[in-house]
Design a protein. Structure first.
Length: 280
């Protein structure tokens, strides 16, 4: 595995790979790998001749007071994991090269970026869409892989790729969970023992919602009220939102439907913001 930080260098290498007819699978990350990242890497390796992973903690998707400086980083550990999984290239660009002095250009996927996490984190998805577009333009992969735990992010990127006529296939992979049900996230490392134990209520409430739906409850307001009641019993978990939405438009729905509805929630557990979702 090669570790490369320069944009021109990675472009030159990948142009050589493409000239030999080799397909490229790409996993953009902010590093501090967990099992969710690993599932994406395995899929990229399985479906392409060349598997490339980027690590870049993107400053433009962090708002004022968020955890940019504290975001967990461990390049040595991440490189070992990537190499063990057979990744061919680890791309580690520097912020000064991604956003050079005088940088002014941003991407705003307007409708899908509103609401949900976009309401609590203004500008977040503009930063996400911008950096993903830049990385896709640098790497020019055949396929790029994203986890569905960040469902709004996945839909924003999918829409950007469609609207801007990018020739890349976006593939979303299911949420990977730890044994206790908590969705894999780099931010889980912030949690204390007690916070982690109480954070399990996120998935527990989603499973209960699914069970109620399968028993015939379809009114969204009833499901939200039931989930709130469960979550409110955990004092370390502060609910930000529960929304029941259409999977395509991300708009709230009044009645839940199989195969078209997603339940999404965001919480603060201690000082750590966690999100989760479940498709029906």
């Amino acid at each position: 595995m090669q570790i490369i930080s320069g944009i021109n260098q990675i472009r030159e290498i990948l142009e050589g790979e493409r000239s030999r007819g080799r397909s490229i699978g790409f996993v953009p990350t902010m590093g501090f790998f967990h099992h969710g990242h690993m599932s994406l890497m395995k899929k990229a390796k399985e479906e392409n001749h060349v598997a490339l992973v980027s690590i870049f903690v993107n400053p433009t998707q962090f708002g004022q007071g968020e955890d940019l400086d504290k975001y967990p980083r461990d390049l040595e550990r991440d490189a070992e994991i990537a190499e063990q999984l057979g990744i061919d290239y680890l791309f580690t660009p520097q912020a000064a090269e991604i956003y050079p002095p005088g940088y002014q250009s941003y991407v705003d996927v307007e409708e899908l970026s509103r609401g949900l996490c976009g309401e609590a984190r203004p500008g977040h998805f503009k930063g996400v869409a911008t950096v993903v577009l830049k990385l896709l333009n640098i790497v020019v992969p055949d396929k790029a892989y994203f986890g569905l735990k960040d469902y709004q992010q996945y839909r924003v990127i999918e829409k950007m790729v469609t609207d801007l006529n990018l020739q890349v296939e976006i593939e979303g992979l299911p949420t990977v969970r730890d044994d206790d049900g908590l969705a894999a996230s780099s931010r889980n490392s912030y949690l204390t023992y007690d916070e982690r134990e109480q954070a399990q209520v996120l998935y527990q409430s989603l499973i209960k919602a699914k069970e109620n739906f399968e028993k015939g409850t379809i009114k969204a307001a009833d499901i939200v009220a039931m989930m709130r009641e469960i979550i409110d019993k955990r004092p370390l978990v502060q609910l930000e939102y529960i929304q029941i939405i259409d999977k395509t438009t991300l708009k709230s729905v009044e009645a839940m439907k199989q195969n078209s509805t997603l339940i999404a929630l965001a919480t603060k557990v201690g000082k750590t913001r966690l999100i989760d979702n479940l498709e029906l």
